[in-house]
Design a protein around this ligand. Sequence first.
Ligand code: PMV
Length: 334
Amino acid sequence: VKKYEIVRTILGERWNTAPHYTIKSAFAPTNIALCKYWGKRDEELNLPLTSSLSISLGSKGTTTELKISGKSDDEIYLNGGLMQNDSPFCQNLLEFLNLFRYEQTPRFIIHTNSNVPIAAGLASSASGFASIVLALDGLYDWQLSQDELSILARLGSGSACRSMWQGFVHWHAGIRSDGMDSHGESLRARWPEFCIGLLIFSESEKAIPSRVAMQRTITTSALYQAWPSKVSRDLAAIKQAIGNKDFQLLGKAAESNATTMHATMLSAWPPIIYSVPETLVAMQRIWELRNEGLQIYFTQDAGPNLKLLFLQRDIDNVLANFPSIEIIQPFAID
Ligand code: PMV
Protein backbone atom coordinates (compact mmCIF):
# COMPACT_ATOMS: atom_id res chain seq x y z
CA VAL A 1 0.00 0.00 0.00
CA LYS A 2 2.96 2.25 0.72
CA LYS A 3 4.34 0.92 -2.57
CA TYR A 4 1.26 2.07 -4.38
CA GLU A 5 1.70 5.60 -3.02
CA ILE A 6 5.30 5.71 -4.25
CA VAL A 7 4.20 4.64 -7.74
CA ARG A 8 1.50 7.34 -7.79
CA THR A 9 3.94 9.98 -6.57
CA ILE A 10 6.50 9.11 -9.23
CA LEU A 11 3.95 8.89 -12.06
CA GLY A 12 2.22 12.12 -11.01
CA GLU A 13 -0.04 13.31 -13.83
CA ARG A 14 0.87 10.28 -15.89
CA TRP A 15 -1.00 8.07 -13.43
CA ASN A 16 -3.98 6.27 -14.97
CA THR A 17 -3.40 7.48 -18.51
CA ALA A 18 -3.85 5.01 -21.38
CA PRO A 19 -0.87 3.16 -22.88
CA HIS A 20 0.73 4.96 -25.81
CA TYR A 21 1.59 1.79 -27.73
CA THR A 22 0.00 -1.66 -27.95
CA ILE A 23 3.23 -3.60 -27.55
CA LYS A 24 6.63 -2.82 -26.10
CA SER A 25 9.59 -4.88 -25.05
CA ALA A 26 12.64 -4.05 -22.96
CA PHE A 27 15.84 -5.71 -21.78
CA ALA A 28 17.59 -5.27 -18.43
CA PRO A 29 20.84 -6.95 -17.41
CA THR A 30 21.19 -9.01 -14.29
CA ASN A 31 23.71 -7.77 -11.75
CA ILE A 32 26.09 -9.32 -9.26
CA ALA A 33 26.86 -7.46 -6.05
CA LEU A 34 30.54 -7.02 -5.23
CA CYS A 35 29.49 -5.37 -1.97
CA LYS A 36 26.23 -6.98 -0.88
CA TYR A 37 22.81 -5.74 0.13
CA TRP A 38 21.86 -7.81 3.17
CA GLY A 39 19.17 -6.43 5.45
CA LYS A 40 16.23 -4.07 5.04
CA ARG A 41 15.23 -0.98 7.01
CA ASP A 42 11.78 -1.12 5.39
CA GLU A 43 10.33 -4.49 4.39
CA GLU A 44 7.61 -3.16 2.13
CA LEU A 45 9.61 -0.59 0.19
CA ASN A 46 12.76 -2.74 0.04
CA LEU A 47 14.84 -0.03 1.65
CA PRO A 48 18.28 -1.36 2.61
CA LEU A 49 20.16 -0.86 5.85
CA THR A 50 23.37 -0.31 3.90
CA SER A 51 24.50 0.80 0.47
CA SER A 52 25.81 -1.79 -2.02
CA LEU A 53 27.75 -1.97 -5.27
CA SER A 54 27.29 -4.26 -8.24
CA ILE A 55 28.43 -5.07 -11.74
CA SER A 56 25.85 -5.69 -14.46
CA LEU A 57 26.29 -8.69 -16.71
CA GLY A 58 26.04 -7.18 -20.18
CA SER A 59 23.77 -9.28 -22.38
CA LYS A 60 22.84 -11.70 -19.56
CA GLY A 61 19.44 -10.73 -18.24
CA THR A 62 15.75 -10.59 -18.98
CA THR A 63 13.68 -9.29 -21.87
CA THR A 64 10.04 -8.60 -21.09
CA GLU A 65 7.42 -7.88 -23.71
CA LEU A 66 4.09 -6.36 -22.73
CA LYS A 67 1.26 -6.59 -25.23
CA ILE A 68 -2.23 -5.25 -24.65
CA SER A 69 -4.72 -8.09 -24.67
CA GLY A 70 -8.48 -8.10 -25.28
CA LYS A 71 -8.93 -11.10 -22.96
CA SER A 72 -10.36 -11.04 -19.46
CA ASP A 73 -7.15 -12.15 -17.77
CA ASP A 74 -3.41 -11.66 -18.06
CA GLU A 75 -1.38 -14.35 -19.80
CA ILE A 76 2.19 -14.89 -18.71
CA TYR A 77 4.80 -16.82 -20.68
CA LEU A 78 8.14 -17.61 -19.08
CA ASN A 79 10.79 -18.55 -21.64
CA GLY A 80 8.01 -19.45 -24.08
CA GLY A 81 5.91 -21.59 -21.73
CA LEU A 82 2.47 -20.46 -20.52
CA MET A 83 2.47 -20.19 -16.71
CA GLN A 84 -0.43 -20.75 -14.32
CA ASN A 85 -1.54 -17.38 -12.98
CA ASP A 86 -1.76 -18.79 -9.44
CA SER A 87 1.88 -19.98 -9.46
CA PRO A 88 4.24 -18.10 -7.12
CA PHE A 89 6.12 -16.69 -10.15
CA CYS A 90 2.98 -15.18 -11.68
CA GLN A 91 1.58 -13.97 -8.36
CA ASN A 92 4.79 -12.10 -7.72
CA LEU A 93 4.85 -10.59 -11.18
CA LEU A 94 1.16 -9.65 -11.21
CA GLU A 95 1.28 -8.13 -7.75
CA PHE A 96 4.05 -5.86 -9.04
CA LEU A 97 2.37 -5.09 -12.35
CA ASN A 98 -0.90 -4.24 -10.61
CA LEU A 99 0.82 -1.39 -8.79
CA PHE A 100 0.88 0.36 -12.14
CA ARG A 101 -2.64 -0.46 -13.36
CA TYR A 102 -5.92 1.10 -12.49
CA GLU A 103 -8.30 -1.73 -11.51
CA GLN A 104 -5.88 -4.10 -13.25
CA THR A 105 -6.63 -2.88 -16.75
CA PRO A 106 -5.55 -3.15 -19.44
CA ARG A 107 -4.84 -6.88 -19.44
CA PHE A 108 -1.54 -7.96 -20.88
CA ILE A 109 0.06 -10.84 -22.69
CA ILE A 110 3.45 -10.94 -21.02
CA HIS A 111 6.46 -12.70 -22.46
CA THR A 112 9.41 -12.79 -20.14
CA ASN A 113 12.59 -14.42 -21.40
CA SER A 114 15.58 -14.83 -19.19
CA ASN A 115 18.98 -16.13 -20.23
CA VAL A 116 20.10 -16.63 -16.62
CA PRO A 117 18.92 -19.49 -14.38
CA ILE A 118 15.76 -18.45 -12.52
CA ALA A 119 16.11 -18.17 -8.74
CA ALA A 120 19.50 -19.86 -8.49
CA GLY A 121 21.14 -16.88 -6.82
CA LEU A 122 21.87 -15.36 -10.21
CA ALA A 123 19.61 -12.38 -9.66
CA SER A 124 17.10 -13.22 -12.38
CA SER A 125 14.43 -11.43 -10.36
CA ALA A 126 16.54 -8.26 -10.47
CA SER A 127 16.67 -8.21 -14.27
CA GLY A 128 13.04 -9.37 -14.40
CA PHE A 129 11.62 -6.48 -12.39
CA ALA A 130 13.92 -3.95 -14.06
CA SER A 131 12.84 -5.10 -17.53
CA ILE A 132 9.13 -4.89 -16.57
CA VAL A 133 9.59 -1.31 -15.39
CA LEU A 134 11.42 -0.40 -18.61
CA ALA A 135 8.74 -2.10 -20.75
CA LEU A 136 5.98 -0.21 -18.89
CA ASP A 137 7.85 3.07 -19.31
CA GLY A 138 8.04 2.38 -23.05
CA LEU A 139 4.44 1.18 -23.41
CA TYR A 140 2.95 4.20 -21.61
CA ASP A 141 5.62 6.56 -22.91
CA TRP A 142 6.15 7.93 -19.39
CA GLN A 143 9.75 8.98 -20.11
CA LEU A 144 10.78 8.65 -16.48
CA SER A 145 14.37 9.35 -15.43
CA GLN A 146 16.71 6.42 -14.76
CA ASP A 147 16.69 7.27 -11.04
CA GLU A 148 12.87 7.09 -10.99
CA LEU A 149 12.93 3.82 -12.93
CA SER A 150 15.48 2.48 -10.46
CA ILE A 151 13.20 3.36 -7.50
CA LEU A 152 10.24 1.64 -9.19
CA ALA A 153 12.31 -1.50 -9.90
CA ARG A 154 13.39 -1.54 -6.24
CA LEU A 155 9.74 -1.97 -5.24
CA GLY A 156 9.81 -5.35 -7.03
CA SER A 157 13.08 -6.56 -5.54
CA GLY A 158 15.80 -4.51 -3.88
CA SER A 159 18.67 -5.53 -6.11
CA ALA A 160 16.57 -4.76 -9.22
CA CYS A 161 17.28 -1.05 -8.70
CA ARG A 162 20.90 -1.73 -9.74
CA SER A 163 19.82 -3.39 -13.02
CA MET A 164 18.88 -0.03 -14.61
CA TRP A 165 22.48 0.46 -15.77
CA GLN A 166 25.31 -1.53 -17.28
CA GLY A 167 28.74 -1.53 -15.62
CA PHE A 168 29.40 -0.73 -11.96
CA VAL A 169 26.41 0.57 -10.03
CA HIS A 170 26.34 2.03 -6.53
CA TRP A 171 22.98 1.67 -4.78
CA HIS A 172 22.75 4.44 -2.19
CA ALA A 173 20.86 3.24 0.88
CA GLY A 174 19.35 6.70 1.39
CA ILE A 175 17.86 8.00 4.64
CA ARG A 176 14.33 9.04 3.64
CA SER A 177 11.44 6.93 4.91
CA ASP A 178 9.72 7.12 1.50
CA GLY A 179 12.90 5.82 -0.18
CA MET A 180 13.04 8.57 -2.80
CA ASP A 181 16.81 8.80 -2.23
CA SER A 182 17.37 5.03 -2.38
CA HIS A 183 18.32 4.16 -5.95
CA GLY A 184 21.25 3.18 -8.13
CA GLU A 185 23.95 5.42 -9.55
CA SER A 186 26.17 4.42 -12.44
CA LEU A 187 29.87 4.73 -11.65
CA ARG A 188 30.56 5.13 -15.37
CA ALA A 189 34.02 3.57 -14.98
CA ARG A 190 34.95 1.02 -17.61
CA TRP A 191 37.21 -1.95 -17.00
CA PRO A 192 37.38 -3.92 -20.27
CA GLU A 193 39.65 -6.67 -18.86
CA PHE A 194 37.16 -7.48 -16.07
CA CYS A 195 35.77 -11.04 -16.30
CA ILE A 196 33.13 -12.93 -14.37
CA GLY A 197 32.86 -16.71 -14.52
CA LEU A 198 29.57 -18.35 -13.62
CA LEU A 199 30.29 -21.57 -11.77
CA ILE A 200 26.93 -23.27 -11.51
CA PHE A 201 26.33 -26.27 -9.26
CA SER A 202 22.56 -26.14 -9.09
CA GLU A 203 19.84 -24.40 -11.05
CA SER A 204 17.12 -25.39 -8.62
CA GLU A 205 15.08 -22.85 -6.68
CA LYS A 206 16.67 -21.45 -3.55
CA ALA A 207 15.73 -23.20 -0.34
CA ILE A 208 15.08 -19.98 1.58
CA PRO A 209 14.05 -16.76 -0.17
CA SER A 210 16.51 -13.90 0.44
CA ARG A 211 13.77 -11.81 2.06
CA VAL A 212 13.27 -14.47 4.76
CA ALA A 213 17.00 -15.09 5.19
CA MET A 214 17.76 -11.37 5.61
CA GLN A 215 15.05 -10.98 8.21
CA ARG A 216 16.17 -14.04 10.15
CA THR A 217 19.79 -12.87 10.08
CA ILE A 218 18.92 -9.43 11.43
CA THR A 219 16.74 -10.74 14.21
CA THR A 220 18.86 -13.69 15.37
CA SER A 221 22.53 -13.32 14.39
CA ALA A 222 24.90 -11.83 16.94
CA LEU A 223 27.31 -11.07 14.10
CA TYR A 224 24.93 -8.85 12.14
CA GLN A 225 25.88 -5.78 14.18
CA ALA A 226 29.33 -5.91 12.55
CA TRP A 227 27.84 -5.93 9.04
CA PRO A 228 27.18 -2.18 8.39
CA SER A 229 30.75 -1.12 9.23
CA LYS A 230 32.14 -4.00 7.17
CA VAL A 231 30.06 -2.78 4.22
CA SER A 232 31.37 0.79 4.58
CA ARG A 233 34.97 -0.41 4.48
CA ASP A 234 34.42 -2.80 1.55
CA LEU A 235 32.45 -0.24 -0.43
CA ALA A 236 35.25 2.33 -0.05
CA ALA A 237 37.89 -0.26 -1.01
CA ILE A 238 35.93 -1.43 -4.07
CA LYS A 239 35.35 2.13 -5.30
CA GLN A 240 39.03 2.90 -4.85
CA ALA A 241 39.95 -0.34 -6.62
CA ILE A 242 37.69 0.49 -9.58
CA GLY A 243 39.17 3.99 -9.81
CA ASN A 244 42.75 2.66 -9.80
CA LYS A 245 42.06 -0.60 -11.67
CA ASP A 246 43.54 -2.39 -8.67
CA PHE A 247 42.20 -5.90 -9.20
CA GLN A 248 43.73 -7.44 -6.07
CA LEU A 249 42.12 -4.81 -3.87
CA LEU A 250 38.75 -5.33 -5.57
CA GLY A 251 38.91 -9.13 -5.40
CA LYS A 252 39.87 -9.20 -1.75
CA ALA A 253 37.16 -6.74 -0.69
CA ALA A 254 34.46 -8.48 -2.77
CA GLU A 255 35.32 -12.01 -1.63
CA SER A 256 35.62 -11.02 2.00
CA ASN A 257 32.33 -9.12 1.77
CA ALA A 258 30.59 -12.27 0.50
CA THR A 259 32.12 -14.62 3.08
CA THR A 260 31.19 -12.17 5.85
CA MET A 261 27.60 -12.00 4.61
CA HIS A 262 27.42 -15.80 4.62
CA ALA A 263 29.00 -15.90 8.10
CA THR A 264 26.17 -13.73 9.44
CA MET A 265 23.71 -16.25 7.97
CA LEU A 266 25.56 -19.23 9.40
CA SER A 267 25.26 -17.63 12.83
CA ALA A 268 21.51 -17.01 12.46
CA TRP A 269 19.01 -19.32 14.11
CA PRO A 270 17.95 -21.63 12.60
CA PRO A 271 21.25 -21.41 10.66
CA ILE A 272 21.19 -20.66 6.95
CA ILE A 273 23.68 -22.25 4.55
CA TYR A 274 23.24 -21.71 0.83
CA SER A 275 26.43 -23.60 -0.09
CA VAL A 276 26.42 -27.20 -1.25
CA PRO A 277 29.52 -29.43 -0.81
CA GLU A 278 30.73 -28.51 -4.33
CA THR A 279 30.67 -24.83 -3.34
CA LEU A 280 33.23 -25.45 -0.59
CA VAL A 281 35.40 -27.65 -2.80
CA ALA A 282 35.53 -24.84 -5.37
CA MET A 283 36.40 -22.25 -2.71
CA GLN A 284 39.33 -24.38 -1.53
CA ARG A 285 40.51 -24.70 -5.11
CA ILE A 286 40.29 -20.93 -5.62
CA TRP A 287 42.37 -20.31 -2.49
CA GLU A 288 44.91 -22.90 -3.66
CA LEU A 289 45.17 -21.24 -7.08
CA ARG A 290 45.62 -17.85 -5.43
CA ASN A 291 48.48 -19.26 -3.34
CA GLU A 292 50.03 -20.39 -6.60
CA GLY A 293 49.87 -16.80 -7.86
CA LEU A 294 46.67 -16.74 -9.95
CA GLN A 295 44.56 -13.65 -9.33
CA ILE A 296 41.16 -15.25 -8.96
CA TYR A 297 38.48 -14.41 -6.41
CA PHE A 298 34.84 -15.36 -5.90
CA THR A 299 31.58 -13.94 -4.71
CA GLN A 300 28.40 -15.79 -3.71
CA ASP A 301 24.78 -14.71 -3.32
CA ALA A 302 21.69 -16.37 -1.88
CA GLY A 303 22.42 -19.66 -3.63
CA PRO A 304 25.10 -22.34 -3.96
CA ASN A 305 26.71 -21.03 -7.15
CA LEU A 306 29.90 -19.01 -7.28
CA LYS A 307 30.79 -16.09 -9.49
CA LEU A 308 34.52 -16.09 -10.20
CA LEU A 309 36.28 -12.75 -10.61
CA PHE A 310 39.44 -12.54 -12.73
CA LEU A 311 41.08 -10.59 -15.54
CA GLN A 312 41.10 -11.32 -19.24
CA ARG A 313 44.81 -12.23 -19.29
CA ASP A 314 44.04 -15.24 -17.02
CA ILE A 315 41.10 -16.68 -18.99
CA ASP A 316 43.04 -19.75 -20.24
CA ASN A 317 44.35 -20.56 -16.81
CA VAL A 318 40.94 -20.14 -15.16
CA LEU A 319 39.27 -22.28 -17.84
CA ALA A 320 41.87 -25.01 -17.35
CA ASN A 321 40.79 -25.23 -13.73
CA PHE A 322 37.06 -24.60 -14.14
CA PRO A 323 36.21 -25.89 -17.63
CA SER A 324 32.44 -25.68 -17.10
CA ILE A 325 32.23 -21.95 -16.39
CA GLU A 326 30.46 -19.47 -18.57
CA ILE A 327 32.55 -16.32 -18.94
CA ILE A 328 30.98 -12.88 -19.02
CA GLN A 329 32.91 -9.78 -20.03
CA PRO A 330 30.60 -7.01 -18.87
CA PHE A 331 32.40 -4.25 -20.75
CA ALA A 332 32.76 -6.08 -24.04
CA ILE A 333 29.30 -5.03 -25.24
CA ASP A 334 29.92 -1.51 -26.52
O1 PMV B 1 17.08 -8.19 -4.19
P1 PMV B 1 16.90 -9.46 -3.45
O2 PMV B 1 15.78 -9.40 -2.48
O3 PMV B 1 16.81 -10.65 -4.35
O4 PMV B 1 18.22 -9.69 -2.53
C1 PMV B 1 19.50 -9.84 -3.07
C2 PMV B 1 20.46 -10.31 -2.06
C3 PMV B 1 21.84 -10.72 -2.55
O5 PMV B 1 21.79 -11.16 -3.87
C4 PMV B 1 22.34 -11.87 -1.68
C5 PMV B 1 22.85 -9.58 -2.40
C6 PMV B 1 22.78 -8.49 -3.44
O6 PMV B 1 23.20 -7.37 -3.10
O7 PMV B 1 22.39 -8.73 -4.59
